[in-house]
Design a protein. Sequence first.
Length: 249
Amino acid sequence: MSNFKFSINEIKLLILDFLFPKYCVNCGSEVLSTDGWVCFECTQKIVPVVSQICPECEKLSPMGEYHSNCRKGKSLKGIICSTYFHEGPVREMIHNLKYNGVSELAAPLARLMERALEKSEIRILNDKFDVRNSDFVITYVPMHNSRKATRGYNHAEILAREIGQKLNIKVEDLLIKKSKTRRQAELSGNARRKNLSGAFAVKPDICIKNCKIIIVDDVTTTGSTLNECAKVLKTAGAKEIWGLVIARG
């Protein structure tokens, strides 16, 4: 019976491919429904981050942890990056997830982030960094209500929930964005930090004292967004905070 159902599903996919063909978001070639929105050739061009770096000085650092002399004014322990923004199809995948409503891209992007976490097995404070066997919780960078209403979803939340489900880690809705700000991609350097200053807050009646938290976002360049989120979480009592992103910009 199961074989018959599988055959029916195959037929359905063939019909869907014929009536509503999909095209690779990177190169534009036609792809099968089973391949998602990125063709096999473009998938092979994704470059995973092998060696993490300090987000401040960009020198090698296990787990993307800030070096001690780079940590001043930072509430994050570090930022774990999964891929490179300008290599392969990652940029187009993120763009289509964020702005074109292609939510199916969340699953393959989340898998890249899961792998980055799974490889993060160094020792921190003499304990193995293993989020699945600890008191870590996952949260995500929030969107302002007006922007979320326009877009209809928060891509960072979708990614966080995909990761949490796959790795069996609790996902908590901890943060709000109080003010609408300019897009970080439009700014650089100090302007990014000033743009987000005071923009985030921890949700009322949330208790995170001594919690270990991973904040999910799509891309990091200067780390300003993640550090602003981490600052309010730290003030609310969080013990340890890491960033986890798809790509390093």
